[in-house]
Design a binder for this molecule. Structure first.
Ligand SMILES: *[C@@H]1O[C@H](CO)[C@@H](O)[C@H](O)[C@H]1NC(C)=O
Ligand SMILES: *[C@@H]1O[C@H](CO)[C@@H](O)[C@H](O)[C@H]1NC(C)=O
Ligand SMILES: *[C@@H]1O[C@H](CO)[C@@H](O)[C@H](O)[C@H]1NC(C)=O
Ligand SMILES: *[C@@H]1O[C@H](CO)[C@@H](O)[C@H](O)[C@H]1NC(C)=O
Ligand SMILES: *[C@@H]1O[C@H](CO)[C@@H](O)[C@H](O)[C@H]1NC(C)=O
Ligand SMILES: *[C@@H]1O[C@H](CO)[C@@H](O)[C@H](O)[C@H]1NC(C)=O
Length: 436
């Protein structure tokens, strides 16, 4: 009896050890993507959250040349470490001690003295249900009630607070319900995630446009969405694995894209030196491929390079040209290559007796003073312009189906350029004498 008992013991100790061993061996496989209100991540603990599908990883990192620590998200399987989001970019941890935890229904990042260096800053009522933080498959880090994983119920999401990167399914632009305008801000340099000089931001107006900003000043304009794309962004190749979308309705005005094949990675990024870039990684490569970069042609793409009523043409010398019927505002300055004063009309508009000159393949002028009517076509648009003495130009709002909708400009026409094979027709109002 005794022997049998002993054997029984041995067998179970052994199987316990085996299970234990298997658990240890398999541990990396059971990576977690949810942080409950009793759990936390620390720098020393080396723990991370990994998104379902293993694409993204959230944890602490340090840049190569500094001893400052950040909480961020990167691609888990991309060979060259690529960060897509940083929580405390302007408030790093100065020592290798830090904790991410949920406290008072907020995500907080604590430093060596338990002082908060970053927090989701939510103020909530007396709700008592516990919250959890979760890294989703698309790289969105969200905080939600533990029993509600419906996207509309997220209490907070990292996608609403982008760093320098737009991932698939993130939105760039306005959530009109909350008033939030999501925009990108570059890293200071490739080894310093703190906020740099350049941002990429939507300006919401009758015809919304994105601007590249340097220290808050406009340096490049995307041009308005023409139904297919932004003319100032070279996103014209049709990629079989990607879909772009610009949505404009009562709830939002935002750009987004998504992948139709998740073996391909792609992201938009504002670089420290002031470019909006589309980077892609295809399954067989280990490095990101720079698909396009904008502005493309610094000579003609910088904001208002030619001044009012002038357009930039990369094929002419000088680059700046007055629109037909206009002359340089200051000929001496124009001749020495200082075109910023732009051009002025030869003959003032009569209001009743004017016509239009058609300019082809144009980047439409700055839409600050533009008015849009999507219900009328080009013929009515022309009438609308003629009936308003302040109207200086008109064009279609959408290039699809041979052109639909109507935009009219009142006031100066600014920041115009020609394209070689893109762009659209712009009709500029002239006095009858200048029609030629
Ligand atoms: C994290 O884990 C790696 C590999 O196990 C180890 O080399 C490294 O020292 C750890 N870092 C910290 C901060 O614990
Ligand atoms: C920080 O908080 C943790 C948990 O509450 C505690 O164990 C630790 O001693 C605190 N550290 C300091 C420096 O106050
Ligand atoms: C939270 O609030 C503090 C103090 O108002 C502010 O400095 C910090 O930027 C806020 N954090 C976030 C993530 O908005
Ligand atoms: C763009 O997104 C909106 C809102 O999500 C959707 O209703 C619309 O169908 C999308 N358009 C395209 C072309 O995918
Ligand atoms: C995605 O692309 C990969 C690599 O080209 C291909 O093998 C796979 O079949 C594609 N998947 C889908 C769903 O199209
Ligand atoms: C035209 O512009 C002038 C000066 O900006 C303004 O006072 C006037 O109301 C405008 N007229 C129309 C029809 O918009």
């Amino acid at each position: 009896m005794k022997g049998v008992r002993k054997n029984y013991d041995n067998c179970c100790t052994l199987s316990f050890l085996l299970v234990f061993l298997v658990l240890i061996l398999l541990r990396p496989v059971f990576s977690i993507n949810i942080l409950s209100s009793t759990e936390y991540l620390t720098i020393s603990g080396n723990g991370t959250l990994v998104s379902p599908g293993d694409v993204f990883e959230l944890g602490f990192f340090r840049t190569t040349s500094s001893s400052r620590w950040y909480l961020g998200i990167w691609y888990k399987k991309v060979y060259f470490r690529t960060y897509v989001w940083v929580a405390n970019r302007d408030n790093p941890l100065s020592r290798s001690i830090g904790t991410l935890r949920i406290s008072n229904m907020n995500l907080v990042l604590l430093d060596h003295s338990n002082k908060s260096v970053w927090s989701t800053n939510l103020t909530r009522g007396n709700e008592r249900s516990p919250v959890v933080a979760e890294l989703l498959a698309n790289g969105n880090f969200v905080m939600r009630d533990s029993n509600n994983n419906d996207a509309s119920g997220f209490l907070w999401q990292s996608f609403d607070f982008p760093t320098d990167t737009l991932l698939p399914e993130m939105k760039l632009g306005y959530d009109l319900k909350t008033g939030l305008n999501r925009f990108l801000t570059a890293w200071r340099n490739s080894d310093d995630p703190s906020s740099g000089d350049y941002s990429y931001k939507l300006e919401n107006r009758e015809l919304p446009e994105f601007y590249l900003l340097k220290s808050g000043f406009q340096v490049h304009r995307s041009g308005p969405w023409n139904g297919v794309r932004f003319s100032g962004i070279p996103e014209n190749q049709k990629l079989s694995y990607m879909v772009y979308n610009f949505t404009e309705n009562s709830e939002e005005v935002a750009y987004t894209f998504r992948m139709t094949n998740n073996s391909f990675y792609s992201r938009l990024k504002v670089s420290s030196d002031g470019y909006l870039q589309r980077l892609t990684l295809i399954p067989i490569s280990i490095a990101w491929n720079l698909f396009w970069s904008s502005p493309v042609d610094i000579r003609c793409d910088m904001f208002r390079v030619c001044g009012p009523y002038a357009y930039c043409d990369g094929n002419t010398s000088p680059l700046c040209n007055c629109i037909q019927g206009f002359d340089p505002w200051n000929l001496q300055q124009w001749d020495i290559g200082e075109p910023a004063g732009g051009c002025v009309r030869r003959t003032l508009l009569s209001c009743s007796d004017d016509g239009f000159t058609k300019m082809k393949k144009m980047k439409l002028p700055d839409t600050r003073l533009a008015i849009v009517d999507r219900s009328i076509g080009l013929k009515e648009c022309e009438k609308r312009c003629l009936s308003d003495c302040n109207c200086t130009a008109f064009a279609n709002a959408d290039i699809r189906n041979g052109g639909t909708g109507c935009v009219i400009w009142t006031g100066h026409l600014q920041d115009i350029r020609t394209y070689y094979d893109e762009g659209q027709d712009l009709y500029v109002r002239l006095a009858a004498d200048d029609l030629g």
